[in-house]
Design a protein around this ligand. Structure first.
Ligand code: SF4
Ligand code: SF4
Ligand code: FES
Length: 368
C-alpha cells in the first residue's frame, strides 16, 4: 500500500547564478519502491526541472549515485522505507544531495568526467601485455584470475569517490575507484607492466599511500569491491614484491609498524615517527641525511606529542613488552617461513557456494 514520503532535495544550477537551496517533495509510493522512484515521481508530477541521471534502475549501470541522508548510495538501490528509517530528521524526511568530491552540473548530477573518469584514465585502465597478441584469446589459469575478480565487479558509480575522506583533503589523490581499477591490471597475469604500474602509484605523492584506511569506500560500495582492500594489495605488491621505497614514507611507516609490534607486541608511539623516516630501523636508518631532514621537518608534530603527553623523553627509550611477546614472535616466524604470500580472495563465490573454492563473504582474508 502506498505511503507518503518526503524527499528533501538539494537544488542547484550553477549557470543560474543563484545559491543552492533545499526543496521538499511529498511522494506517494509503496515503501519497497526506491528513492529513485520517488525522485522520478517528483520530477514527473511536481517539477520537471529537477535533474537526476539514471538508466537501468537495477543497480547495474552505476549512473544514479547520490547522497541519501549523507551516505553515498545508488538511488535505485535504496528503498524509501529504509531511507526514511535511517533519516536523522525527526519527521523522517529523506535528504537527497549530489555526490561529494565532484562539481555539480545541476541538482543531483555531478561532473563524473572532471574527477572520477579523469582518475580512472590516470591509471592506464587497459591491459598492457608483452609481445604480439595470440591468434585467438589469451589462455590463463582460472585460479590466477580469482584475485582480481573483486575489483572487476566495479560498476564505476563513483560512490567511493564521493565518500573518500582523503580526496576531500587532497583532490589530487588517485582515489579508491581508480586504485581498484589499477589492481585489476596489476593482479592480471596477462599484464606485463606490473612493476611500472606499482612504481607509478607508489612514487606519486598523491598515490596509494595517501589512503588513510578510513573504510568509507568499503562501506558505501554497492558491489562490495572494497577499494581500500585493493589499495592494501597494491601496497603489499609494491613493498613486499618490488621493495619500492616511496617518497612519502609509506614503505618506512608500514615497516616501522610491523617491526615495533614484533619487538613490543603493542605500538611504541614515540618510536613510530622516527622509525618511519628511518625505514623501520632504530639507529642506522634514522641517521641517514634524508631521514634527518624529514625528522627535522616534523619537529612540530613531535612537540605536539610532548605537550599532549603522548610521548616523553622516557617513553622514547622505554616501552613495555607484552608478557607473552614470544607468542607474537612465533606468529611472525611462522608467516615469514612460508614460501609465498597467501592472498585468499573470498569474494567470488556466493553464500550458497560453501563447498566450492573460496566462500561466502564480500571481504577478503589476507595473510602475508
Ligand atoms: S579507505 Fe582510503 S581510499 Fe577508501 S575512502 Fe578512506 S581514504 Fe579513501
Ligand atoms: S568501487 Fe564500488 S563504489 Fe567505487 S565506483 Fe566501483 S562500484 Fe562504485
Ligand atoms: S539507475 Fe542504473 S544503477 Fe541506478
Amino acid at each position: 500500500m502506498a505511503e507518503t514520503f518526503t524527499l528533501r532535495v538539494r537544488r542547484y544550477d550553477p549557470e543560474s547564478g543563484d545559491a543552492p537551496y533545499w526543496q521538499e517533495f511529498d511522494v506517494d509510493l509503496e515503501p519497497e519502491r526506491s528513492v529513485l522512484d520517488g525522485i522520478l515521481q517528483a520530477k514527473d508530477d511536481q517539477d520537471g526541472s529537477l535533474a537526476i541521471r539514471c538508466s537501468c534502475q537495477a543497480a547495474i549501470c552505476g549512473s544514479c549515485g547520490v547522497r541519501i541522508n549523507g551516505k553515498s548510495s545508488l538511488a535505485c538501490n535504496t528503498k524509501l522505507s529504509s531511507a526514511a528509517e535511517l533519516s536523522q530528521d525527526p519527521d523522517g524526511k529523506i535528504t537527497v544531495e549530489p555526490f561529494g568530491n565532484m562539481p555539480v552540473i545541476k541538482d543531483l548530477i555531478v561532473d563524473m568526467d572532471a574527477v572520477h573518469w579523469k582518475k580512472i584514465q590516470r591509471v592506464v585502465p587497459w591491459l598492457l601485455p608483452e609481445g604480439d597478441p595470440p591468434e585467438r584469446e589469451y589462455i590463463v589459469d582460472p585460479e590466477s584470475m580469482i584475485d582480481i575478480t573483486q575489483s572487476m565487479a566495479c560498476i564505476q558509480c563513483g560512490a567511493c569517490v564521493s565518500a573518500c575522506l582523503s580526496l576531500e583533503v587532497d583532490p589530487e589523490f588517485v582515489g579508491p575507484a581508480a586504485s581498484a581499477k589499477a589492481y585489476r591490471f596489476v593482479g592480471d597475469p596477462r599484464d606485463a607492466h606490473t612493476e611500472e604500474r606499482l612504481l607509478d602509484l607508489a612514487m606519486d605523492p598523491h598515490g596509494i599511500y595517501n589512503c588513510t584506511h578510513c573504510f568509507a569506500c568499503v562501506e558505501v560500495c554497492p558491489k562490495d569491491v572494497a577499494p581500500m582492500n585493493q589499495i592494501m594489495r597494491l601496497r603489499r605488491r609494491a613493498t613486499n614484491d618490488y621493495e619500492i621505497k616511496d617518497p612519502v614514507n609509506g614503505y618506512g611507516h608500514e615497516k616501522a609498524f610491523v617491526d615495533l609490534i614484533e619487538t613490543y607486541g603493542t605500538l611504541h608511539e614515540a618510536q613510530l615517527l622516527p622509525r618511519s623516516f628511518g625505514e623501520g630501523s632504530l639507529v642506522r636508518g634514522q641517521t641517514k641525511p634524508a631521514a634527518v631532514k624529514q625528522l627535522l621537518a616534523n619537529t612540530p608534530t613531535a612537540i605536539r606529542g610532548l605537550k599532549s603527553g603522548k610521548v616523553s623523553p622516557v617513553k622514547v627509550f622505554w616501552h613495555h613488552k607484552l608478557p607473552d611477546q614470544k607468542q607474537i614472535k612465533r606468529i611472525y616466524h611462522e608467516v615469514e617461513e612460508r614460501g609465498e604470500r597467501i592472498e585468499l580472495n573470498l569474494y567470488i563465490v556466493g553464500e550458497s557456494g560453501e563447498e566450492e573454492q573460496g566462500a561466502m563473504s564480500e571481504d577478503t582474508v589476507e595473510t602475508s
